[in-house]
Design a protein around this ligand. Sequence first.
Ligand SMILES: Cc1ncc(COP(=O)(O)O)c(C=O)c1O
Length: 448
Amino acid sequence: MTPSLVPSLLTEKTESQQAKSPITTSFSLAEPLALLGGKPVRSSAWPTWPIWKPETDEKQLLEVIRSGVWSRADVVNEFEAKWAQTVGAKRALAVVNGTNALITALAQLDIRGGDEVLVPPYTFIGTVAPVIANGAMPVFVDVDPETFQIDPSKIEAKITPRTKAIIPVHILGLPANMPAILAIAKKHNLAVIEDACQAHLAEIDHKQVGTFGDAGCFSFQNSKNLAIGEAGAIVSNNDLFMDRCFSYHNYGNPFGMASGVIGAGTIIQGNKQRLTEYQAAIGLAQLKRLDAQTTLRNENAVYLKAKIQKIPGIVPYKLYGNVTRAAFHLFPFRYKKEAFKNLSRDTFVKALSAEGIPCSKGYATLNNMPYLNDAFQSKNFQKMYPKSQLDFKNYIERNHCPQNDRLCNEEAVWFSQNMLLGTRADMDEIANAIEKIYTHADKLLSVK
Ligand SMILES: Cc1ncc(COP(=O)(O)O)c(C=O)c1O
C-alpha cells in the first residue's frame, strides 16, 4: 500500500545539488557546548511570528474597525472566496477555528454516535476532539515513522462495520499518502475528511491537500503558516455539503443565508461558528505572503535536510514520491541516540536549545490519554457503544501504535516553521549546532 519513498521531483533536484555542499566550518567544533558554559553557536534572534507589516496590512483592517460592521459580512465572504481559489476548491467556509471546522464537517457528513472514525495518533488533540464531540469513537491507526504520516498499510486492519470515516492528517505540513488512503476509503465506502490544519498550500501531484477528500479542514491559529490568531476553514466541491456546513455554522438558518433573518426559521440543528470581519481582514493580509513564504520554507527545508542527514543519528523526514510541495509547518527529524553515545533525547533537545536553536520533542501519545476514558464514561457513549468497546484497558490495547510510541517517546525532534523563513546561514547554524552536540555528546552524559 505504501508507495516508494523516493524524494519528490522538487526535493530530488535540489537535494542532489545541496548534497555536495559541506557543513560550513566558520564556527569552531572545539568550542565547549553551550549547555556546559561554552559560547552558543547562535545568539541572534529567529524570524518572529506572526508577521505584521502596518504599511501593507492595516488599511483594510482599519476600514473594518471604523465601519462598525464587525460580524460576518463582505470581508469574510472575500476571504472565503480567496481561500477557495487559493487551494483550488469550489467553496470555502470560514469558521472560528480548525477544531470547529472538523466538528462541522464530521457532523454534516453524518458522523455521529455509534460510528468509528480512523485517525492517526501522531497529531494534535484538535484532530481527535471533534470526533468525540460528535459522539463518534476515534480508532487509531499507526504511523509510518519515515514520513510521520498515517500508514495506509495499517488502515484496513482497523476497519469494522461501525467505521464510517477516516481523517488523514497532513501532519507537520507534510502530505499524507492520499492516493492510497482514497483507494481504501472507496473500497470500504468511508467518508474522507482531510485535516489540513498544518498543511496550507501543500500539494500532491500539484493538487493541494484539503481538496482530495469529501472535505478539507484548515486552521489559522496563531502559530499556523497562515495566522489569524484563531480561525479555520472548510473546503469542498460539494455544494449540498457546503450549504449544510454554512447553515450549521449559523444556527441552522436556511442554506446560503449570510446572516440570521428573524422569523426565517431554523432548518437544521446548528451551532454558531462565524468568523468576524476583522479576523478576515487579518487573513487577507497574511494570504498575500503565504505563497512566497511556502516557497522559502521548502527551499530551506531541502537545504537543511541535505546538511543534517549527513550527521550520524539524524534522520530527517521523508516525503512521499508524489509530493510536489510541502507546507513545513514543522521540520521534523528522528534522533537516534545510539549514534550520540546514548545521550537521551531530553538532553539533546536541551543542548540544542542552549546553542540558540529552539527545538521541541513534539507530540505525546494521544491514543492512551484520560480524555478518551472520560468520553467513554459519558451517558452518550454508554448508550451508543457496547460495554466491551468502552473498557479503557481493552481500548488502549486495541489502539496500541508502537511506531507512534517511538516517535513520541524517543525519537521525534522538530523545528518550527518560522525558523525556515531564515537564511541559508541560519540553516547552517542549525546544522553546526547539531554537529557540535554530536562531537561532544559524551560530555553531556552526566547532564540530567
Ligand atoms: C493537526 C491539527 N488539527 C486540528 C487543529 C485544530 O485547529 P485550531 O487550533 O484552529 O482549533 C490543529 C491546530 O493546532 C492541528 O494542528
